[in-house]
Design a binder for this molecule. Structure first.
Ligand SMILES: *[C@@H]1O[C@H](CO)[C@@H](O)[C@H](O)[C@H]1NC(C)=O
Ligand SMILES: *[C@@H]1O[C@H](CO)[C@@H](O)[C@H](O)[C@H]1NC(C)=O
Length: 378
């Protein structure tokens, strides 16, 4: 299909080029009629040939630009329609699985929401063990010939990304990721939670093309036992990536950062065939099964839980300090403000009142000084 759209684009450019040439020929014919007919027809047609070529060469650039413009417009409509058809094919299994699992899917009526001619978003909420799920269908940019060539050159995969925000208290917090080995370097560099808490471990069970980032062996073993291990062992599997995390994906900038527990998955879109659709649906179902599995079946050993808590304490130490500093700053500010208001009141006092106040204030400050000194000595 993809190749067809590229070929059709090329063909259209050729047609446009040809049309422009014919137009140029016709213009030349009109011009040719004006020249007086010659007595010698052979010489006449020869002399007609030369200016014809000359004139067309004048229009070459215009013809090229015109054909490119026509090609882009046509490929936009053609590509958009193609993506609509593809999205319609994938909407069925996605909405079937979502409706079986969530009480609210989409806006209640429609499941897919187009974000661009190659991106579709979906949303669902109302399911045990999670707050909501968000999805993103990423198709090739068929509507944009330039981006499409880029996509084809980079061999980008059409996929569905799903992110499930888990209920905060119903599962253990740990970080895990299974990704294609070729992506593992970038991931270890770009993702704060993965870089901070995990390391790549070898696992002879999964395919050699998959890299496993594990924080805690206990959690990783139990998670792989869900059936995930078998899926990652199969090279025909559609599950491209799977992440479980309770940490921020980027390094937080302040101490009051938000970090939800999340399950994220990337599922490759196969060709739209009966088997492809069925395999995709099965993979998507498995992702939602994992939501239950993580919350119900994974029970970590106490020492694992302790280790995980300690790693978080260590990683977020600087933020704990920042939070304390902020609290102290706020307290100092309140006290300064109180003092300012008090002094304002003193300004309005009579000299007698003011003398009394100053006496009292001196004693108060002295006492404060003393108590501070005592505290320091202790
Ligand atoms: C999720 O959907 C599948 C079918 O697609 C179903 O078997 C399963 O019970 C559902 N889970 C929940 C929690 O509704
Ligand atoms: C967890 O999910 C259930 C619904 O399955 C909900 O009733 C409950 O309030 C949630 N708990 C938390 C802590 O979010």
């Amino acid at each position: 299909m993809l190749r067809f759209s590229s070929i059709s684009l090329l063909a259209l450019s050729c047609v446009a080029l040809f049309a422009t040439r014919v137009l140029a020929d016709e213009l030349e014919d009109v011009a040719g009629d004006i020249t007086p007919p010659s007595a010698e027809p052979l010489i006449g047609s020869a002399s007609q040939m030369a200016p014809q070529q000359l004139v067309f060469s004048n229009y070459k650039t215009e013809a090229f630009l015109l054909s490119v413009a026509v090609g882009l417009v046509v490929s936009y409509f053609y590509g958009s329609r193609k993506n609509k058809e593809l999205a319609a094919a994938w909407e069925k299994p996605i909405s079937d699985v979502l409706r079986a699992n969530f009480s609210l899917v989409g806006d209640g009526r429609q499941v897919f929401e187009w974000d661009s001619a190659a991106d579709v978003l979906f949303y669902a909420s109302g399911r045990r063990h999670c707050k909501f799920a968000q999805g993103h269908v990423v198709l090739r940019a068929r509507q944009d010939a330039v981006a499409l060539i880029n996509d084809l050159a980079a061999n980008t995969q059409e996929k569905v990304e799903i992110e499930v925000t888990l209920n905060e208290t119903e599962s253990s917090g740990f970080v895990f990721a299974a990704v294609p080995r070729k992506r593992s370097k970038a991931l270890g560099r770009d993702r704060y939670d993965i870089a901070t808490f995990t390391k790549v471990v070898s696992n002879e069970k999964v395919s050699p093309k998959v890299a496993i980032f594990s924080e805690n062996a206990d959690a990783t073993t139990q998670l792989l036992d869900s059936g995930l291990g078998d899926i990652l062992a199969s090279e025909a599997s559609l599950l491209e990536e799977l992440h479980v995390t309770d940490g921020p994906s980027e390094k937080p900038e302040s101490h009051d950062f938000k970090c939800d527990k999340k399950l994220m998955a990337v599922i490759r879109l196969p060709a739209v065939t009966t088997e492809g659709l069925a395999q995709f649906k099965e993979t998507l179902e498995f992702v939602f099964y994992l939501v239950d599995y993580i919350s119900e079946a994974i029970v970590l050993r106490p020492e694992s839980t302790r280790k995980l808590a300690k790693a978080r304490e260590e990683a977020f130490k600087e933020f704990t300090r920042m939070a304390e500093q902020e609290k102290q700053d706020a307290l100092a500010k309140t006290l300064a403000e109180k003092r300012r208001i008090e002094l304002e009141g003193v300004d309005k006092m009579s000299p007698e009142q003011r003398r009394k106040w100053e006496e009292k204030d001196r004693k108060k400050q002295l006492k404060k000084e003393q108590s501070k000194r005592v505290r320091r000595v202790r």
